[in-house]
Design a protein around this ligand. Structure first.
Ligand code: ADP
Ligand code: TRP
Length: 317
């Protein structure tokens, strides 16, 4: 089976943009690929995050992923920092990647503007660690949202540089996009739904019914906003109802309040069972710990072998 890998930072709460853009694909592709998923806790050190928050959010995100359908019987789930090899390979990649390539990354530029008092070196070399996350396992397929495409292109460049300079060892990295690669914000439909835009922008997997209803009620309903709500509906809702609403919208007959009510209903139908599984897992921390430990142990086996091979290839052994 072909290898597939992806990761997510434990910064903030998981939302529907993350789910529809990336995680749903993780879940759906588990039978077709040899899958590994990880919590990119080392990447999250590039922003200011307290030790308590980091630990709490890493655990919460692991629980959310399991509740959404990441299945430890089919896939590995682990914390990036628990496997040695990611940072080792990242250093090797740092010595291959031109600074100019790192400096032109949109995420680096955005985050540097957003946190001007914390433009740390990790923020710049972030994509070298991301490339290492993938290539350490010689993985080829990477399900992510559209905003990560640039980083994956840089992973390809890094792999090519390594292969040309030393030996053909790394595969070509291929992004896997979902049908919703860029879900837009509820509060500002010109921008992508994101934690960094604030609470009103997104619906979190853990939002309760009241919060979901309130957020949807407040959602912006200019042309782009309504299109965004309709597309959100299309990912969860009934096809016939969607067609009726689209036709009503074209005819100028669709009432925003009706659309919002329908949307709230189907999103809650989706979230209810997920939140029940979250509650069960919250009550069983040792089960979650074991899943993460087993995942790390298995990932470490591949990582150790590949690091050995890489060391030989570049003359460190
Ligand atoms: P955020 O922007 O909320 O901080 P992350 O950067 O942690 O989200 O993204 C985690 C994963 O979810 C990535 O694969 C990313 O591409 C995807 N993703 C994030 N926001 C969206 C969105 N609005 N639409 C589609 N995919 C998204
Ligand atoms: N940069 C990704 C994000 O912000 C998270 C990530 C880290 C990742 N390493 C990765 C995604 C490797 C895919 C593959 O969402």
């Amino acid at each position: 089976m072909k290898k597939l890998i992806s990761g997510i930072q434990p910064t903030g709460r998981l939302h529907l943009g993350n789910y529809l853009g990336a995680i749903k694909n993780w879940v759906d592709l588990q039978d077709k690929y040899d899958c590994s998923f990880f919590i990119a806790d080392l990447h999250s050190l590039t922003i200011k995050i307290s030790p308590e928050e980091l630990a709490k959010q890493s655990r919460e995100i692991a629980i959310d992923l399991l509740a959404l359908g990441v299945d430890p019987k089919k896939s590995l789930l682990f914390k990036q920092s628990e496997v040695t090899g990611h940072t080792e390979l990242a250093w090797i990649f740092n010595c291959l990647v031109p600074i100019s390539e790192l400096e032109r990354m949109t995420q680096f530029k955005d985050k540097s503007l957003r946190q001007p008092d914390n433009v740390n070196a990790g923020l710049l070399t972030y994509p070298a660690l991301q490339a290492a996350d993938i290539l350490l396992y010689q993985a080829e397929y990477v399900p992510v949202g559209e905003d990560q495409i640039q980083h994956l292109e840089l992973s390809r460049i890094i792999a090519k540089k390594f292969n040309n300079r030393y030996k053909n060892f790394f595969p070509e990295v291929r992004p896997v996009l979902s049908p919703a690669p860029r879900l837009m914000s509820l509060s500002d439909p010109k921008k992508k739904m994101s934690k960094s835009l604030g609470e009103a922008s997104y619906i979190a997997i853990r939002d309760d019914a009241n919060t979901v209803a309130k957020k949807i009620k407040k959602a912006v309903t200019d042309k782009q906003g309504v299109n965004n709500l309709l597309s959100l509906y299309s990912y969860f809702g009934d096809k016939d109802k969607l067609q009726t609403m689209q036709a009503d919208y074209q005819a100028g007959k669709l009432l925003n309040v009706d659309l919002k009510e329908e949307l709230t209903k189907i999103i809650l139908e989706f979230l209810n069972p997920v939140q029940k599984r979250v509650q069960e897992l919250e009550k069983n921390p040792s089960k979650v710990d074991k899943i993460l430990a087993d995942g790390a142990k298995k990932a470490q086996k591949t990582a150790t072998k590949n690091i050995e091979d890489i060391k030989k290839i570049i003359g460190l052994k």
